[in-house]
Design a binder for this molecule. Sequence first.
Ligand SMILES: O=C(O)CCC(=O)C(=O)O
Length: 241
Amino acid sequence: MKPNAEDADIFARSGLLPMRGWLPRKPTALAKDAILNELTRLKLRVNGKFVSSKIQDLPIFQQTGRMGQMVGGLDEVDRLFTDELLETMESLAGANLKRPSTHAQILLSFPHKVEWSLDQLNWHLDLAPPKTDFIPGVQAFLLLDDLQPQGGSTLALAGSNKLHHVQTGKNAHDILRGASDFQKNPEKFLKPQLIEGHQVQIVEMSGRAGDVFLMDLRVLHTPSVNARKNLRMMATHRFLR
Ligand SMILES: O=C(O)CCC(=O)C(=O)O
């Protein structure tokens, strides 16, 4: 499906496009049930309650990776990354993208029982940014269940895709370290801020089951604290040029 001109513009500028209610309901519910069944089989869920004893000794952001390994890949989740979704990403990237040969990664966070904060996060990229301004790939994040703000969704620094290309030899990390108080006062970035003429803003990928966020792979992103009482349930795949 071809995104409209407004969506294409949002994605080109900010590197992030929320697509609300994009996934069909039934397959999304099937994927959620498949995950819950796996959690029950693994005894991470007993009588409908989440049991964190097997993972609670790990630092909170490692718990997601461990649970992802334990649950593994699920066909019900993979099926949500349809050809239509791929075509939408290709249209936004202006290039053909490769479908990954692996299963989609399942992103789960139990409630962390700590206060929500933007301190000590792990802002990163999953690849080295290209030397010139082009989109190297698109990552799709799918919400498999409703996800409240501060509920452990992935956070993206929308607009950071452009910061890799404003000064020769410097990437977005260097620019953020040198030219702004992103480290000292990240809360300020929950509202749009101008850096080197580009608008950047921290966006939480929260919303409703069936929402999809498409992200330019040059956008800095991080796991976040789940300060709510529900399980954070997302899935993701990276599609490279
Ligand atoms: O939301 C998360 O747990 C982390 C996602 C992430 O950092 C990634 O996909 O690279």
